[in-house]
Design a protein around this ligand. Structure first.
Ligand code: NAD
Length: 475
């Protein structure tokens, strides 16, 4: 763990192993921290907050630029580590390192644009000044599916704003977290400004984060169930809270769209990170007029996706994170099959040479999905593309909105007014219009409903780490 500028063991001395999900091989071991370690990290961040919050935005930007440079220099090693620890194909790991590094560069620039306001008053002898200041110590909890970019997406804006931070990394991917904190150490982060805690059991750490009065903000990315629980606890202590949670993204193909082009986009998007992405499409709504061409193209594309160890050339889909994930995906596909769906490609766990040590499920297409099936409502988090054929164009937005989640949605159409009406009508935070990658460090990312509270990235991302202070000046 990294506490108060030093690498540290757990107070208990305990450790836990980290395994490669493609092979089952142990690739490292990290401290198994507990409440005492989390409290020590919070104390260090609290101690460092005063001086760090007094630095100029230019000094904070310099740290973020140096960290960005080091991430860029070490991008090959970081990507290889990510593939071994998390499983995604090497090319996807390289893309994530670049995306993750961009949050540091973008917020290095944004640090200098945190401006206040001078407001006129109705009283001639009064002026109002609005000042933005850092909220204080931030406690962050991150998931395993994007084990680098989910860290920098929080660290970039928090540090730019002048906050100090304690981060608990996901138990499946602490080695990537360690590599990022090494970068901040090498970049010259003052002691206590960034602190890393690793733990096999996250609960005691979460408890400290939500109850220690020195923590002023809790930021979480992960599942909806855990996010709701932590947000409730943190809000009970009146801490600022932002939570980026699960999703169930619709992907709408209108009759005027080219179904082949849309299917290519769907195939490229759905199998990214083996479908283990919060913005992964979970319902492909295809108009009946284009359904045959759409499904035929998906069948061909999916048939060509090669599953295996992401370190090997030509692999398009890596392993799932663990056995529970394989079981969840298999259960959704079996449930759909038993309720009448077709599974023209995939639909089984992958076994045999190259697969047996890991957690692999075949890239899968499910057609004829109906409302009764689990996959229609539950987040899959696996390499399964569920297709729903629709006939009434006027109903499709309502069908897409029929979910408690509200993170990402995708729309394919050539008609400008259809695009605009659908963009306005969908109850989701991120909408790709003929675009399967509507994300960037510069853009606000986040969801509605059960997908969360708050935004990360863009101007909105730094506002989450700032307090607004008003001064009324009688002159
Ligand atoms: P998870 O909720 O199980 O774990 C996320 C993090 O929370 C991990 O660090 C874990 O150790 C920690 N955690 C779990 N239980 C805890 C507790 N009781 N107290 C404190 N911390 C606890 O989720 P996951 O399986 O790691 O991640 C997958 C989920 O994350 C999916 O639902 C996915 O959609 C979501 N996700 C959302 C976004 C987004 O930006 N909206 C991005 C990536 C992932």
């Amino acid at each position: 763990m990294f506490i108060n500028g030093e690498w540290a063991d757990a107070a208990s001395g305990a450790t836990f192993d980290v395994t490669n999900p493609a092979t089952g091989e142990v690739i490292g071991s990290v401290p198994d921290g507990g409440a005492d370690d989390a409290t020590a990290a919070v104390a260090a961040a609290d101690e460092a907050f005063g001086p760090w919050s007094q630095t100029t935005a230019y000094e904070r930007a310099d740290l973020l630029y140096r960290a960005w440079e080091l991430m860029t220099e070490r991008s090959t090693q970081l990507a290889e580590l990510m593939t071994r620890e998390q499983g995604k194909p090497l090319k996807a790991s390289s893309a994530e390192v670049k995306y993750g590094a961009d949050f540091l560069r973008w917020y290095a620039e944004e640090a200098k644009r945190v401006a206040g306001e001078w407001l006129p008053s109705a009283r001639a002898d009064q002026r109002f000044l609005v000042l933005k200041q850092p909220v204080g110590v931030v406690a962050a909890i991150t998931p395993w599916n994007y084990p680098i970019s989910m860290l920098t997406r929080k660290m970039g804006p928090a540090l730019a704003a002048g906050c100090t931070l304690v981060l608990k990394a996901a138990e499946a991917t602490p080695l990537c977290a360690r590599a990022i904190f090494q970068i901040f150490a090498d970049a010259g982060a003052p002691a206590g400004v960034v602190n890393l805690v690793t733990a096999l059991d996250p609960k005691p750490i979460g408890e400290v984060f939500c109850t220690d009065e020195r923590v002023r903000k809790v930021t979480f990315t992960g599942s909806t169930a855990v996010g709701k629980m932590l947000a409730g606890k943190a809000a009970g202590n009146l801490k600022r809270v932002s939570v980026e949670l699960g999703g169930h993204a619709p992907f709408i193909v209108y009759p005027d769209a080219d179904p082949v082009h849309a299917a290519k986009g769907a195939a490229a998007l759905k199998f990214l990170n083996s479908g283990q992405a919060c913005i992964s499409p979970n319902r492909l709504y295809v108009h009946e007029s284009g359904a045959e061409a759409f499904v035929d193209t998906l069948v061909q594309r999916i048939g060509r996706v090669k599953a295996g160890n992401g370190m090997n050339d030509g692999i398009g889909v890596g392993p799932l994170v663990n056995e529970a994930a394989v079981a969840k995906v298999a259960n959704q596909v079996d449930d759909a099959r038993s309720k009448g769906a077709d599974v023209p490609v995939g639909g089984e766990r992958l076994t045999g040479e190259g697969f047996d040590g890991g957690h692999f499920y075949a890239p899968t297409l499910v057609t004829g999905v109906t409302d009764e099936m689990l996959i229609r409502r539950e987040e899959t988090f696996g390499p399964v593309a569920p297709v729903i054929t629709y006939s009434d164009v006027d109903q499709v937005v309502a069908m897409a909105n029929d979910t408690n989640y509200g993170l990402a949605a995708y729309v394919y159409t050539q008609n400008l007014s259809t695009a605009m009406r659908t963009f306005e009508g969908l109850r989701f935070g991120i909408i790709g219009i003929n675009d399967v990658n509507p994300t960037s460090a510069a853009a606000p990312f986040g969801g509605m409903g059960d997908s969360g509270l708050g935004r990360e990235g863009g101007h909105e991302g730094i506002a989450e780490y700032l307090e607004v202070k008003l001064g009324g000046f009688a002159i």
